[in-house]
Structures are given as C-alpha cells and as structure tokens.
Ligand binder design. Structure first.
Ligand code: SAM
Length: 883
C-alpha cells in the first residue's frame, strides 16, 4: 500500500478531486462508480437505474454518461439534487414507504437494471455508531433494490468494514448469484468504506422480511458459525469506552469460560496492557493492591479523580475514560515503558511564550514601522523644503523677492517639523504653537497629560522619562502631534489655494457654534442676542485658550534672559502696531472675543504669507494679550482700553517665560486689520449663504420635510429646536486629533427623518423642471406666435382699409371685416394630399382615381410603407437630437 491518503486538510484535494473538478463531476465519488463500472460493466447495458442517496449527483452524472441514451435514471436523496439532464430526482428518505411510492410512480411497471447505493448517514457521531447506521441504511437500500430490480439485475452498495459487514454479505448472498466486495482505487485507504457489487439478482418470488430487518440480521447472523465477527468483543468494548452513554446489548452473551459479571483488574494490568481501550471496556474496577501500585497512588499524576474513576468503570463518561488513558500514558512514561514524546505540552508552552512575546514585538515592530515611515516622510519634506528655501534665497540674491516671502518658507511647517527628531515632543509642541496658537496647543496638552505641558522637565521627570512605557507614550504623542501639524499644514495649503475651502471652513465654524444650540431660534432673538450667543461660544473658547496658555506660561517659570528680551521686543513691536492702528483701536477693543476665538480655530482669513509675516519674532510679544490674566478673568473692556498692547508688570513676569517656541501667532488676529478681515469674511459668508438659499431653496428632502412639518403644524419650532439636541451634538471631542474630527464631521451626522411627501414634492419639482420646454421648442413656439401676430396685424390693416372705403355699406363693411379677421386668426391649414394605393381597382390606373377629390398622390403599397418608415425615422432622429 502506498502512502496513506488523507481525508482531511489538503490531502482531501487529491487527484480525483482535481479530476472531478476538471471533468465537471459534482463529487469526487463519481470516480468510484466509474472504476466499479470499468471492472463490472453494469451501466452500458442498463436501461433503467435507481441511485439511492444520490446527492449531490456525482453517480447520477456517471450513470447518465455511461448508460444508453433514453434510459431511465432516477435519483433519490434526503437533500434536493440540482437537475441533471435525462435524470429524474426526488428528495426523500430511502427508509420510508413514501420514497418507495415516489419511485414506483416514476417507473410505473418498469424494473431497474441497476440499483446504486452510496449512502452515508450523517457523519459526526462516533465511528462505531456510524458504521451501524450505515449497515442499517444498506439493508434498507437492499430492500428497495429487491422491490425494483429486474431478475439478473445489479445492486452496488457501499458498506463499512465493521462487525456488521459479514452479516450484510450473508444477506446479499441469499439474494444474488454473485457478490463481490471491492475497493476502487479512488476510495481513500484511510476510509473504512468498501463497495459490494451484487450481480445476477435472483428475484425470489417471496423474500423473508427478516432479511431486511436490522435487528434480526445483525442479531441472528452475527454469531453464525464460520461467519462470526472476529472483532465483536472489541467492538463492544470500544462501544463501552467511546459510547458509554449508548449501552449496546451484548449480543454475544458470555465469553467462553467467562461467566463472572463483575470484573476486577489490577492497575498494573491496565498500565501494561497492549489494548487499554479493550481493557477499560471489559473491566468494572481497577484495583491498587500491590506495593508498586500503591506507590503509584502517591504520585502527583495520580489525582483523586483518577482513583475515584477506577472504582467503577461502568459509570464513567467519555471524558473520564480519556483522563484514565492519559494517566496511563503519563505513568508509562514515568516507568520508562514509553519514550517520553511530549510535543503537545511543550509546544503549547512554547507557543504561549511566543504569543506573549508576539504581542510585544508586534507593538514594537508597529512602532518601529511608524517611526521609520514618519522619519522617511519628514526627510522627504525636509528635502523639499530645503530645495524651496535654496531657491528662494537665490531669488532673493537676485532681488526677485521680498523678505516676507522668505519668511514664508522659513516658517514652512515641513521645515519646522522636520529639522529635529521626529518624535521630539518639544519640537512638536513648538510646531503646534507656531501653527495653531495657544488655544490649540492647550487642547493638545490636555490630551497628552498635564505633566507633558511642563516643558522643561525636572530631574525627577527626567528619571521618569527613562521609563520605557512613558517614552513610548511620548513617542506616540509626538507622532500624533506631528501628524496633526502636517494635517494643519495641508489644510493651510488647501486654504491658500482654494477659496471654496475657506468658505467651507467658515461655514463649518458656524456649524460648530450651532451644534450646541440645535436649530437656531432666530425669530425669538434679535440680532444682538444672536451675536451675544455666538460671542459666548467664543468667550468660552477664549477662556479655555487663555487658561491653558496660562498653564503653559506658568509651567515655564524658569525662563531665560533671552526669552525676556524677546518678549520685550515683542511688546515694543506690538506697541508700534498699536500706534499705527490707533484709529482702529476702538473696534479692536470691542471685538476681543472674536479675535481670540479666531486664534483658537485655524484662521482661514490670513494668507500664509500674512501668517508668516505675523509669526516673525517681532510680533512674538503679541501673545501677551491672550495670556493676560486680566483677560483671563473677564473680557473687560476697561482693561483692554487701559492695556492696549503692553502687558502689566505682573503679567510680564508671567508672560516672560513664553519662549520663542510659544509663538506669537495667536495674537495676530487682535490686530485691528485682522479683526476687520474676520468681519469681512463673515459678512461674505453670510451673503454667500443667502445667495445659496436664494438660488437653491429647499433642495434636500430633510429640509423639505422640516418645512412641511412646520407649515402643516405637525411640529412646533420649539420641538425642532429640542430635536436639534441629539446624541451627535454633545460628543466629547477632547483630545481627538483634528484630522479625525474633520473626517467624523463628514460622516457622523444625525439622521433627519424624511417623509414620503417631502420626497414626492421634490420629485414633482424635478418633474416640473424636466417638463419645461427646451430652448429650441420655446423658440419655435415664439416664432409661431410672432407669425400669428403678424397675420393678425395684416388682417387688421386690411380691415382698417375696408373701414375707410366709402363705397360700401356699413353692413357690407362689417361682413368683410369679419371675414378678414377670421382669416387672419385662422391657422394656416396644410393642404391635404390624398394618398391612393395603386392596388385592387386602382392598379394600373391612369389619371384621377374614381371618387377622389382634391390633391392626390398615387403610391404603391411598398412605397407607402417606405414613406411611413422614413417619416418615423425622421421623427425619431429629431427627438433624439432634441434630447
Ligand atoms: C456520499 S453521499 C452520496 C454521494 C453520491 N453518490 C454522489 O456521487 O454524489 C451520501 C448521501 O447519502 C444521503 N443519505 C443519508 N441518509 C439518507 C436517507 N436515509 N435517505 C436518503 N438519502 C440519505 C445523504 O444525504 C448524502 O447526500
């Protein structure tokens, strides 16, 4: 025998599997029948075949292929079989009379030349049980075969090599002239199946029903001399062990010389027995009597449940037997009776260890990958930024550019981010500050941790930083910060390039504000109220931003002189600006909240050039306004007035630590110009919004639904406002990266219910739009109208002429005018041409056909059809062109 064939895994997909696929057979078992038929040639001469248990239909396909055309093939199975040409199939249980009736109904009084049976009961139960059911199924199929087979017919069945095999063979031999068991090559060696080909059916007039009674067949014949079941003992023992719940009757009675009902055996016998399963199945109790056996009781592996199990084997379940068998193996290894091959446990342990390691290394690898990616990206960006910088310097040397442009490149996000270690948290902070201002930075600080905000780490902190965990966290936080920074840079670029994006941004800003208020209650509040509301949102943000900035500054207490110098210069610079824009001061004082709100959000109004300009060191001190504690307490107009630009001493002390890292940028919006810019943008945006509404009106089903609900008084304004508060409106967004929030905003939205009516209304609107004539049609109509008007005018002129003539009576005039007007208003009628078909009485006619008045045209039948077709075609073409 060659290599054992596998029935599971890849071994399942053997050459027959592939062949079956190639040749279009539904099951690889088709080859079993092909091979059986090759050996016994029963299909070629058969005219009628019944296949019992035929699904999915592999054997039926073979039968249909090898049997003569026009033969009758019937297939039955519990499950429906997909149709096969020339084959009739049923879904039925072959053990029921129903199935018999169905086959009878199909065959009428025909007899089958071949009955095939490849049935297998549902797998999954214990093998012993399977084999038994299979034997029963075979007997049932045999019974059907006996009913339908013609004399001399062939019955092919599958049986399992089990204890019932001989019993079955005995029955077959009673009914057939030749019975042969064979295993076709396509049947796997690992499978216990065997095929029995029973030829030359004897068709006895009367068949003893006991032949088909499983109880009788498997009971009576099993002990027949000469055909006895050699393995019947072990069969029962196996059943005892593997199916302890299903106790089988002992058909064999007592063994020769063995008449004791309760059997005891020593543990040593069990340990040393060659067939432990048979041992367990045949014994009732395992005893520990000898010294050696008593020693075994002391071993660790001999757990109390093992000892308890040994007390009464007949009450044990499958798992208990398994435990006993495992114990036996372990003990044998202890005693040196078995070589210790313990791959399972060892492997399991090894696997466990590697699993733990895997998790860690996975994270490590992932981090490394992220680091590498980020480093590569930064490198790329740095290179690009350097190129730009070099180019700009060259341009500057050639006096082609202004210093402001250079600043733009210098403060380019990519440059700033990439110059140091990518995961340098401080660097990321610096970048964040320069890009997004104190408010945003404060958010980030919150997200990371309070400690992280304290930029210069104390000794203790430095020690902590050595902690691996923290380091990793910092790295991740750094990475996140960088990603945020890059995302901001991307948005800046977008903002610069795209005016639409700016509008979207500012719209989004409004939406943010609205989120807290649901549907704005416009009617109830006057404009001032609205403003106040929105300002309040801004106020909160200002407070938040300032608090955080304050924290920041507080944390940076140990500032150096350099910082102080910068602050001073920044203060001076701010002073200068304040002087310059003195006329705008009042305005600036009035709108501090708006200005600072601007800082908190990315400023879409400033071009990058402007941002760069104001991010120069000379503006650094501008920060102080935001961080001003007096501001923090309250936006007090007086304070603002008293302190236009220069911070108080107390504040200065506080502000001083704001190093150059904590850029100045956020204060820029407080410059009057920018405040104005903000306003202007805002106005524009409102205008745009209004224009949009004017242009599009109620265009979404949601809007129409709400409008209809309001109009029909199904909902009140208050209800709508209340509904504006939903689970989406108060989601905590702290600590979430901005790119994530932006993405969420696109997709994470409340689902406003839409009514059928709203959709119908919108559809009707669209239909009305569709129904509008297109330009050309409108033009044609207008031409027609013009022509009619001209005609009427002509008629009126004529009527006037008639009116003015003096040689007509008034009555005649009236009559004439009426005629003229009628003619003028009448549509011009096309002169009709009568078409006369030249067939029948008109065939070969020359001159006017009889009974036809006016214009006429003689056509033959063909021509009439052709003309009609042509016209139809023209019409269709016109229509197509119009569309
Ligand atoms: C191995 S498959 C048959 C494969 C078939 N010879 C072929 O080539 O496609 C066994 C079939 O026996 C069917 N079967 C099992 N018990 C049955 C029963 N009592 N009546 C009808 N079919 C049964 C199962 O539904 C299953 O489809």
């Amino acid at each position: 025998m060659g290599k054992a064939q596998k029935k599971t895994g890849k071994g399942r997909l053997d050459k027959y599997y592939k062949l079956a696929k190639e040749q279009g057979y539904r099951a690889r078992s088709a080859f079993k029948l092909i091979q059986l038929n090759k050996k016994y040639s029963f299909l070629e001469s058969a005219r009628c075949c019944i296949d019992l248990c035929a699904a999915p239909g592999g054997w039926l396909q073979v039968a249909s292929k090898y049997m003569p055309v026009n033969s009758v093939i019937v297939g039955v199975d519990l499950v429906p079989i997909k149709p096969i040409p020339r084959v009739v199939t049923f879904a039925a249980d072959i053990t029921t009379p129903q199935c018999r009736n169905l086959i009878r109904g199909e065959l009428k009084d025909w007899k089958a030349d071949v009955v095939l049976h490849d049935g297998a009961p549902n797998v999954g139960s214990a093998w012993v049980q399977d084999a038994y059911s299979q034997a029963e199924l075979v007997l049932m199929s045999m019974k059907l075969a006996a009913d339908f087979l013609v004399k001399g017919g062939t019955f092919v069945t599958k049986v399992f090599r089990s204890t019932d095999y001989n019993n079955l063979m005995w029955v077959f031999n009673q009914l057939f002239g030749k019975v042969e068991a064979t295993k076709p090559p396509s049947s796997r060696n690992v499978s216990a199946e065997i095929f029995v080909v029973c030829r030359n059916f004897l068709a006895p007039k009367v068949i003893d029903p006991k032949f088909f009674d499983p109880k009788h067949v498997f009971k009576e014949l099993g002990s027949a001399p000469g055909e006895g079941d050699k393995g019947s003992d072990s069969k029962n023992f196996q059943a005892n062990v593997f199916q302890p719940e299903k106790k089988r009757r002992n058909r064999d009675g007592y063994d020769e010389g063995d008449y004791i009902l309760f059997k005891k055996a020593s543990a040593a016998e069990f340990i040393r027995s060659q067939d432990p399963i048979a041992f367990l199945g045949s014994v009732h109790q395992i005893t520990f009597t000898t010294d050696e056996e008593k020693e075994w009781l002391q071993l660790d592996i001999t757990k109390p449940d093992i000892v308890a199990n040994c007390e009464d084997l007949k009450v044990l379940g499958k798992s208990d037997f398994k435990t006993l068998l495992k114990w036996r193996t372990a003990l044998r290894e202890e005693l040196g009776l078995e070589v210790k091959i313990k791959p399972t446990e060892e492997l399991t342990e090894a696997v466990e260890v590697t699993e733990v390691l895997d998790d860690e290394t996975e994270i490590q690898n992932e981090l490394e990958r992220l680091n590498a990616e980020a480093a590569a990206r930064t490198k790329r960006e740095r290179r690009r930024a350097n190129e730009i910088k070099t180019r700009t310097i060259q341009r500057m040397q050639l006096q082609m550019t202004t210093p402001m442009d250079i600043g733009m490149e210098v403060t380019d996000a990519t440059l700033r981010y990439g110059q140091d270690d990518v995961f340098d948290l401080d660097n990321a902070h610096r970048a964040m500050r320069s890009k997004r201002g104190a408010a945003r930075l404060a958010e980030e600080d919150d997200a990371e941790s309070e400690d992280d905000a304290d930029a210069p780490p104390s000794d203790e902190e430095e020690d902590d930083a050595t902690d691996e965990e923290e380091l990793r966290e910092r790295k991740v936080a750094g990475l996140e910060a960088e990603l945020d920074g890059l995302y901001d840079a991307y948005r800046d670029r977008l903002r610069e390039r795209d005016a639409k994006f700016r509008v979207k941004e500012s719209r989004k800003k409004n939406k943010h504000r609205e989120e807290w208020h649901g549907i704005q209650e416009k009617g109830s509040d006057d404009e001032d109220d609205d403003e106040e509301e929105s300002e309040e949102g801004g106020w909160e943000k200002v407070q938040e931003a300032k608090e955080r900035a304050g924290e920041d500054s507080g944390s940076d207490d140990d500032s150096d002189e350099e910082d102080e110098e910068q602050v001073t210069s920044a203060v001076a610079s701010r002073k200068r600006h304040a002087d310059e824009d003195a006329d705008n001061d009042t305005r600036s004082r009035k709108r501090p909240r708006v200005a600072v709100l601007e800082e908190a959000l990315p400023n879409p109004q400033l071009s990058r050039a402007a941002q760069v300009w104001f991010s120069q060191d000379c503006f650094a001190g501008a920060d102080l306004d935001v961080d001003d504690e007096e501001h923090e307490e309250e936006i007090d107009e007086e304070v603002v007035e008293d302190e236009p630009a220069v911070p108080s001493q107390e504040n200065a002390g506080h502000e001083a630590p704001l190093s150059e890292d904590e850029d100045d940028f956020e204060v820029v919006p407080q410059q009057p110009d920018d405040v104005e810019m903000w306003d202007v943008e805002d106005e524009n945006e409102d205008e745009l919004k209004q224009a949009h509404i004017r242009k599009h009106g109620l265009i979404t089903p949601e809007a129409v639904t709400i409008a209809q609900q309001l109009v029909n008084r199904e909902k009140t304004r208050t209800q709508l406002i209340n509904e504006g508060f939903n689970r989406y409106s108060l989601n905590a967004k702290d600590g979430l990266p901005s790119w994530f929030l932006d993405d969420e905003e696109k997709h994470y939205k409340a689902n406003v219910p839409v009514t059928k009516e709203a959709i119908a209304a919108l559809r009707a609107k669209m239909r009305a739009l569709d129904a509008r004539p297109i330009k050309k049609v409108a033009e044609a109509k207008a031409r027609k109208k013009l022509r009619a008007a001209q005609q009427l005018e002509k008629a009126m002129k004529k009527a006037e002429g008639v009116n003015e003539t003096s040689d007509m009576t008034e009555r005649e005039k009236a009559k004439q005018i009426e005629k003229l007007m009628q003619r003028g208003m009448a549509k011009k009628q096309k002169k009709e041409v009568k078409v006369v078909v030249a067939k029948g009485a008109h065939k070969g006619l020359k001159g006017r056909p009889k009974g036809v008045k006016g214009r006429y045209m003689m056509v033959d039948a063909r021509m009439k059809k052709e003309v009609r077709a042509r016209k139809r075609q023209e019409r269709a073409n016109k229509k197509r062109k119009r569309n």
